[in-house]
Ligand binder design. Sequence first.
Ligand SMILES: NC(=O)c1ccc[n+]([C@@H]2O[C@H](COP(=O)([O-])OP(=O)(O)OC[C@H]3O[C@@H](n4cnc5c(N)ncnc54)[C@H](O)[C@@H]3O)[C@@H](O)[C@H]2O)c1
Length: 281
Amino acid sequence: MAYNLLKGKKGIIFGALDEKSIAWKVAERAHEEGAVFTLTNTPTAMRFGEINELAEKCNAVVIPADATNIDDLENLIKKSMEILGGKVDFILHSIGMSMNVRKKRVYNDVKYDYFIKTLDISSLSFHKLLQTCFKFDAINEWGSVVALSYIAAQRVLYGYNDMADAKALLESIARSFGYIYGREKKIRINTISQSPTLTTAGGGVKGISGLMDFTERMSPLGNASAEECANFTIVLFSDLSKKVTMQNIFHDGGFSSMGMSLRAMRMYNRSLDCEDCPDVE
Ligand SMILES: NC(=O)c1ccc[n+]([C@@H]2O[C@H](COP(=O)([O-])OP(=O)(O)OC[C@H]3O[C@@H](n4cnc5c(N)ncnc54)[C@H](O)[C@@H]3O)[C@@H](O)[C@H]2O)c1
């Protein structure tokens, strides 16, 4: 159901790779809610992904950009303002990647050039984006910027590796820049900490199906889907959340406030009764 929440608003959406991507769902919902926007991703993602299909559906222009590259970001911001006819009202940063995760390097045996790349792609790109927008005065007053995070920024979750540090930095950048953007331009910056979700990035997380089963059992409302994350992102882009800034908001069915649930306890007890179950670390 559409509510015209973004009627007349302009934006930029990073990170739609395929129809499983959270950014893909956000683009679909933003379009339904009356927004116009540009879409962006890396040139490589464009070769392998399906972004043009999404662009056609949403009447959006696709502008390639590596979010770690300032020249690409400057080009993206300038072109987006040209195409959309002025400053933007919302931006989604939906970007994450770790070569240590991809190459199965564990946290106590990471490759440091991979680690630096993880931080550059998954966190510093957010600072680079905000700084570039600031330089070009590219966001309207009362605009809204959202980046996607994960609870591994606060708690240790087995297998999340250097992405945990990247998310902690991402959330910190949202607060630090949120202060400056709020003070100078009345613009809000937030992160949404989303439940584990089966996307291309999510699928790369070690033991994702066990993790999703665990968080589903632990969360009183169950895991939040990509579609539900998109709905909440639209609220943060809309004028209905004008005074929310510098926050990391858990969108996780209540998981972040739980210690143990009945459903998880039942499963755990069952595993204690299981004689044939192999020991796992
Ligand atoms: N899937 C989950 O379980 C989950 C949970 C919480 C948060 N998140 C976060 O949500 C965001 C979106 O991930 P997703 O799950 O939709 O997966 P996804 O794989 O669909 O999206 C990740 C995107 O990052 C893009 N990207 C990678 N390097 C880039 C670069 N240098 N420049 C620009 N873009 C680049 C990829 O091309 C891809 O489109 C990420 O920040 C991720 O960490 C995901």
